[in-house]
Design a binder for this molecule. Structure first.
Ligand code: ATP
Ligand code: MG
Length: 403
């Protein structure tokens, strides 16, 4: 069925199915926006260059558009399994991961992880230390064999064709793998050589990367004496020298100041807009907000997979209270078995309490806290931030029937 403009949007939103929908021309959606249709996040003249754009409609329906112009529609907040199985036709997935597993001896570092990443998508991998993020990336980069499961990267099987995988990706390891005693230029030339580049192509790309990474004037500077931000940009430059369509970036911004982090993200977003697929890990929640979708991994398992906005919405059936206390010490322990409390965490100078929906008003919660011998300075219902969602999803509620 061919759909046009506003009618397309209207027809799409009238559907109540939970299956990928029919072909939709991306231009038609743009036309719909120009026609004044009420779709959040899309304004007149917007370029829909980023695949898997998503638009929330007022009635809780979402429209997803990928680079191929195919649309999928779900009603309301959807489950993770919808996203894992139905998010787009597989031919647009650049990375497909099915039950990927890695064990070291008897220890399972990555446990049956499945997800897909679409062309031009920025996919964020979040999780506590030791969750299995780097291990997954190293398997997907063809650097580490898997124990079980399958995955393809750029169409190449990581188990049977790791060499081809390596040729089609750029990989920035958690500890930048630059040679500190080489100069900036020598590092670029070295990594170009690793990818089989030579002659004018290598010269041209080296020049382009030095400009892109704003390293002009530093070509002959020894890498070991560069600042963290410059080293980071050089490491990214080395990873993209051969123009890979897929980038794996493992904590590329750790140890880098906020302004340099923002500049780095500008570079990443520009590349994604041009169709480069990015899988990135970070511990910074502000950076996670820049991702199209986030896979949350904990204890080797993928425990959530959604856009940043929907990750927060998955918890809307719970109330979050922000409580200021004059004395913090031991507060969480004091409240441990509070009826209706699901999880608690410290959040700056405040305590954040996830409670069963409707279990408390601010007044009754204050009363309950005071009954436990704690003084309360202020208490309010709070909007759920990505950091709240992250902590809530990673932290197991004490009583599982609370979850
Ligand atoms: N070669 C190895 N041998 C044994 N255990 C390993 C090996 N590599 C990783 N691990 C273990 O696997 C688990 C996952 O490690 P991984 O480096 O993937 O975590 P991560 O999510 O990247 O953590 P971080 O945020 O600290 O970088 C950890 O417990 C780690 O100690
Ligand atoms: Mg890691």
């Amino acid at each position: 069925m061919k759909l046009d403009g506003c009618a397309a949007i209207r027809q799409l939103t009238d559907h109540s199915i939970e299956q990928p929908l029919q072909q939709l021309n991306v231009g038609a959606v743009r036309a719909a926006a120009l026609g004044g249709e009420n779709c959040n996040g899309l304004s007149a003249g917007d370029e829909l260059v980023r695949p898997l754009a998503e638009f929330a409609f007022g009635d809780g329906k979402f429209l997803y558009i990928n680079g191929g112009g195919l649309a999928c529609l779900w009603h309301g907040p959807h489950s993770n399994s919808d996203l894992m199985t139905n998010n787009a036709p597989s031919e647009t997935a650049v990375i497909t991961v099915n039950e990927l597993t890695k064990t070291f001896g008897r220890f399972t570092a990555v446990d049956q992880v499945s997800f897909r990443v679409m062309k031009g998508e920025i996919f964020g991998f979040l999780g506590p230390n030791g969750a299995g993020k780097s291990t997954t990336i190293r398997m997907l980069s063809g650097l580490l064999s898997s124990t079980a499961g399958t995955a393809t990267v750029g169409g190449f099987d990581i188990n049977t064709n790791p060499e081809q995988v390596r040729q089609h990706i750029g990989y920035m390891s958690q500890k930048f793998s630059l040679y500190k005693d080489l100069t900036v230029e020598e590092n670029l030339v070295f990594f170009g050589g690793v990818y089989g580049m030579e002659g004018s192509r290598l010269r041209d790309r080296t020049r382009d990367i030095i400009a892109l990474a704003e390293l002009a004037g530093l070509e002959r500077r020894q890498t070991g004496i560069l600042s963290g931000a410059l080293r980071q940009r050089l490491a990214l430059g080395c990873a993209i020298l051969h123009e890979p369509p897929i980038l794996f970036l493992d904590e590329p911004t750790s140890g880098v100041d906020p302004i340099s982090r923002r500049l780095f993200w500008d570079l990443i977003q520009n590349m994604a807009r041009r169709g480069v697929t990015v899988l990135i890990t970070t511990h910074f929640m502000d950076e996670a907000e820049f991702c199209d979708r986030i896979g949350l991994i904990s204890g080797g398992r993928l425990i959530a997979l959604d856009s940043p906005a929907h990750l927060k919405q998955t918890l809307v059936h719970e109330d979050l209270f922000e409580v200021a206390l004059p004395v913090f010490r031991g507060a969480r322990e004091h409240l441990e078995n509070l009826d209706g409390l699901i999880t608690s965490s410290y959040f700056g100078q405040r305590l954040h309490l996830f409670c069963k929906r409707g279990a408390y008003t601010t007044a009754s919660l204050e009363q309950a806290i005071r009954t436990r011998g704690l003084d309360v300075q202020s208490i309010a219902l709070a909007p759920i931030s990505l950091e709240d969602a992250f902590i809530r999803l990673v932290q197991r509620p004490k009583n599982s029937d609370n979850s």
